[in-house]
Structures are given as C-alpha cells and as structure tokens.
Design a protein around this ligand. Structure first.
Ligand SMILES: Nc1ncnc2c1ncn2[C@@H]1O[C@H](COP(=O)(O)OP(=O)(O)OP(=O)(O)O)[C@@H](O)[C@H]1O
Length: 241
C-alpha cells in the first residue's frame, strides 16, 4: 500500500498564496485532481515531484519527506504538462537516454524498456522518431519515461490535452490499469477524464481544497460528477446529486 500524507502545505509566489493550508491523505489507486486553470494543481504536483520547494507544511510519500529529493525521485514518476522531448531521437533511444539520466543501470534499463514497450503497445514504433508520432503515441512514450523507475507514485499533469477522442479513451484505460498497484495522480480540468477511473478525488479551488475523499462519496453516479463539480466551484452546491 502506497500512501501520501500532506499536512498544512502552503506555497506562495511573490507573496501571493497559491496553495493554502492543504491537508489530505491518499492511497493506492487513481486520484483525480480537479480544478480550474490557475487553481494550483501544477504547483501541488511539482512539490510532490520535488521540482518545486514548499514554503511550509509537510508532504510525506510512504513516510519519506519530499525534502529528501533523491529518495523521493526513486519512487516517483512524473509526466509534465505539454511534455516535449528529443524530437529527433528514436523512441527506444530516447527512453534509454532518459533512464540513464535517472541513474538506472543499463542491464535493468534494457529489460524495463522492453517491458514498457510491450505493455504500452509501442513495440512497433520503437524505431520511430518522436516527432513522427501522433499525440496519443507521444503521450504513451511520456508515460513510458515516467514508469522507467517502476515508481510507486505516478503523477500526470493534464495528459489528455490535444488527444483525439479515441486516444483519450485509450489513455484513460491505461491510467486505470496503472492505478491498480500504485498511486496515480491525474490532474485535469476535464471532469470526463477521471469520472469513471478515479477512486479518490481532490478538488482545488483558488489554492484551497474544497473536496477530498472517495469519488463515490462525492457522487454515487459518475455521470453526475461534472454537474456536481461545477455546482461546487460555482458556489451553488446542491446536496441532491
Ligand atoms: N513560477 C511562478 N511564479 C509566479 N506565479 C506562478 C508561478 N507558477 C504558478 N504561478 C501562479 O500560481 C497559480 C497556480 O498555478 P498552477 O499552474 O499551479 O495552476 P493549475 O491549476 O495547474 O492551472 P493550469 O491548469 O492552468 O496549469 C496561478 O495563478 C499561476 O499564475
């Protein structure tokens, strides 16, 4: 069981609070992180991924503080928003290069890459250059690079932007599968992305958490998630959902 515990987390940019006293706990499964543009989702995820320092509070991943950067990086995988990389490299070479940058030993890395290419249905594209891939395939390579260290926590930031409906659907299914044995934090402002795959839900609004808990406690019927979410952030919260 993987766990993340966040206690009284605060972050400001130029004295402007962006994350305000966040407290939550999440565990193995898909966690939908919902919030409007500017709500603070990327800031929260970057702090968890050790790419940004918190101002105050604590973030523990399996009881290890995010201040222990090297340790945390061995248990976290991150797919940033608008992931762009090595456009002229072939898929397998790009993955190998990124794995070596993460200090994974070559013998282990070769096996991992083979496993990921198979698992993500990328084997036939292994010799393609990144720039030759469709948006959906690029995102799959993005997920592959985030899984190179077999992380217990996978963080994906608005990963379905620019994908066509079929690619979106495939991507959601993949995330659902990956969430069976790890925490997958899926940030989006598109409710449909996570309505049917998230076990847990965090809703950020202007830097504050306005819901945290099981998705099924937020709505019984996943098809109503969007309506209830909109009602909540617009302030006309209705108990009848
Ligand atoms: N490096 C920075 N310097 C100053 N302000 C920043 C910085 N990074 C983010 N912000 C501000 O912090 C707020 C939260 O941004 P953040 O990117 O975390 O939101 P978000 O929910 O991920 O939004 P989006 O969906 O647009 O990415 C925004 O008002 C943003 O302008």
């Amino acid at each position: 069981m993987t766990e993340i515990q966040v206690t009284n987390l605060n972050k400001s940019f130029k004295q402007q609070p962006v994350l305000k006293h966040l407290n939550f706990e999440i565990s193995t499964g898909v966690v939908g992180l919902l919030g409007r543009n500017g709500a603070g989702k990327t800031t929260l995820m970057k702090i968890m991924a050790t790419l940004l320092k918190k101002d105050a509070g604590e973030v523990l991943i399996n009881h290890i503080s995010v201040t222990e950067v090297r340790k945390i990086r061995t248990i976290i995988g991150y797919l940033p928003q608008n992931f762009q990389f090595y456009r002229n490299m072939r898929v397998e070479d790009a993955l190998n290069y990124l794995g070596l940058l993460s200090e994974i030993k070559q013998s282990l890395l070769t096996d991992r890459i083979e496993g990921l290419l198979t698992r993500l249905n990328l084997t036939r594209y292994r010799k393609y250059k990144i720039k030759e891939l469709s948006g959906g395939l690029k995102q799959r390579v993005g997920i592959a690079q985030a899984l190179l260290n077999d992380p217990q926590v996978l963080i994906v930031d608005e990963p379905t932007v620019g994908l066509d409906p079929e690619e979106r659907d495939n991507f959601r299914q993949l995330i659902g599968e990956l969430g069976r044995k790890r925490i997958v934090i899926f940030s989006t402002h598109i409710v449909e992305d996570i309505a049917h795959i998230s076990d847990q839900l965090l809703i950020l609004e202007k830097g504050s958490l306005v819901f945290k808990g099981q998705t099924s406690d937020f709505v019984k019927d996943p098809d109503k998630l969007e309506a209830k979410y909109l009602a909540l952030i617009r302030g006309d919260y209705d108990e009848d959902f």
